[in-house]
Design a protein around this ligand. Structure first.
Ligand code: MHF
Ligand code: KIV
Ligand code: MG
Length: 301
């Protein structure tokens, strides 16, 4: 039987108890380390062995990516969430490989240190391993990303296996997989109940066995995510999956309070960017309408 008790010992670094060495004093740390060369999947593996947690954010353009890179975010995801956030679609389903390729190239150009991972969009890998390899190869060669991410556990294991054996690192994504929104009829929490929990564990193990270097756990109960995290030797990256995952990811526009309307419960807003930017736009408009802009210092003679 799966043990879902929350009373188990948290993973190293999960509590306020001091770990062996403060992260900021370790030159190898993914966040706070001193190395300026680009992060690799080997660095990611080493962090799990040290019990070190790390942050990941999405990015869809060079300018935003450079801010996160300079802030020390070690892994940036060019997520197909660009569909909702950047391209104005209702879901991630319409996003194309061309769109991912263009924005991934921009994110790579905007970064020096971060490991850049690109989402394989819906329809670019479901046909099978060969299609997945063709799509991923394009992103690696044209956009310059170092790894790709695809959705699915057992159902995508063959794709993961061929990509990895071809030399392309893969981040997997299980639990709530938003490209299946039409099958779910929404975005429900996954892995509730014993049978669903067992399936999620099998999915996570399947992608680990297929060679994935990390796995995103989206919208799953924290107790189950903790159990998966303890069971795997590859890091788990949580989004709505509790504090015991090895890493945490958020969509950057959610994290910064830029997303319009309601955001999922798992989002923490660290800024109210939508309000701030709107204020700047209104101030500019007032200046133009009132004749206060441009002033003398903005004017050529
Ligand atoms: N801006 C943005 N942020 C995201 O995190 C995100 C996207 N877009 N687009 C693709 C998917 C969709 N995501 C979502 C969207 C909504 C919920 C949500 O509201 N879920 C319910 C679950 C309730 C339940 O089953 O108990 C919730 O109330 O949180 C979850 C994930 C995550 N991804
Ligand atoms: C939220 C992450 C995991 C994602 O897949 C995306 O941004 O597309
Ligand atoms: Mg995605």
């Amino acid at each position: 039987m799966t043990q879902l008790s929350p009373a188990q010992k948290p993973a190293a670094g999960a509590t306020a108890e001091p770990t062996a060495k403060p992260v900021k004093d370790n030159p190898k740390s993914l966040y706070g380390g001193t190395s300026s060369r680009r992060i690799t999947v080997r660095d990611i593996a080493a962090a799990k062995e040290r019990g070190e947690k790390w942050p990941m954010l999405t990015a869809y353009d060079a300018m935003t990516a450079s801010v996160f890179d300079e802030s020390g975010i070690p892994v940036l995801l060019v997520g197909d969430s660009m569909g909702n956030c950047h391209l104005g679609y209702e879901s991630t389903v319409p996003v194309t490989l061309d769109e991912i390729a263009i924005l991934s190239a921009a994110v790579v150009r905007g970064t020096k240190r971060a490991l850049v991972v690109a989402d394989l969009p819906f329809g670019s890998y479901q046909e099978g391993p060969v299609q997945a390899l063709r799509s991923a190869t394009r992103l690696v060669k044209e956009a310059g990303v170092s790894a790709v991410k695809l959705e699915g556990g057992e159902r995508s294991a063959h794709q993961v296996e061929l990509l990895v054996s071809s030399g392309i690192p893969v981040m997997a994504h299980v639990g709530l997989t938003p490209q299946s929104v039409h099958a779910y009829g929404g975005y429900p929490v996954q892995g509730r109940g014993e049978e669903a929990a067992q399936q999620l564990l099998r999915d996570a193990k399947a992608v680990q066995d297929a060679g994935a270097f990390a796995v995103v756990l989206e919208a799953v109960p924290a107790e189950l995510a903790a159990e998966v995290t303890r069971s795997l030797h590859i890091p788990t990256v949580g989004i709505g999956a509790g504090v015991e995952c090895d890493a945490q990811v958020l969509v950057w526009t959610d994290m910064a309070g830029f997303t319009a309307g309601r955001v999922p419960r798992f989002v923490k807003q660290y800024l109210q960017l939508r309000e701030l930017l709107g204020g700047a736009a209104r101030a500019f408009a007032e200046d133009v309408v009132g004749g206060a802009f441009p002033a003398e210092e903005h004017t050529f003679h």
